[in-house]
Design a protein around this ligand. Sequence first.
Ligand SMILES: [Zn+2]
Length: 209
Amino acid sequence: MLDTVLHVAFRSGNNETVDEILKHAPELLVWDNSNGDTPLHVAAKAGHIATLKKLLQFILHTNGRRSLFAFLGHVNNQGNIMLHEAIISGIGAEIFQHLQEINHDNDDDDNESGTTRSHVFKRHWIHLEDEHGRGPLHYAALKGYHEGVVLLLGQCMKCCIKWDRYGCLPIHLASCGGHVEVVKLLLHSCFDSIEMLHIFGRNILQWKA
Ligand SMILES: [Zn+2]
């Protein structure tokens, strides 16, 4: 795999090296390796939380939110955005939490009202989709990431009725992974009325049959 020096530094989680590179060659941040991974993907795959947080802060403070969205939405050759790789490597909840903190930290430093900006940011990062039509909640459900599912549902309940390209809801993916607690959580949070069960329950049962 063809990596830049930043990919190598991020894979190793060496923060001193990362600092040096960001100081002297920040343009390397936008370079993909041969797998279409940005340095963000590499750090997420390796599960380096501190390195990932450092990079997110760096992008936000040097280039602003718009640029951060662009980075977060970058898809690699497997069709995964960085958030999905973070969930797969088991650090999804920490990264979700960090994005929330960034959100609150920056509510005051914009011309728009904090509320408006906060809303826009939330809408962006939790609704980023990959080429499979899956967002963070699909992946958190698939991995049985209970804490992540709680956090995401706290931001937007409607995500639990978002179908991916294969006709799966997050609850189908949780069910597929055998994550009973996440299935219960999604069931109780999103499918609590008879009408909802009538509309969606049939599909949940069919999918498992
Ligand atoms: Zn949503």
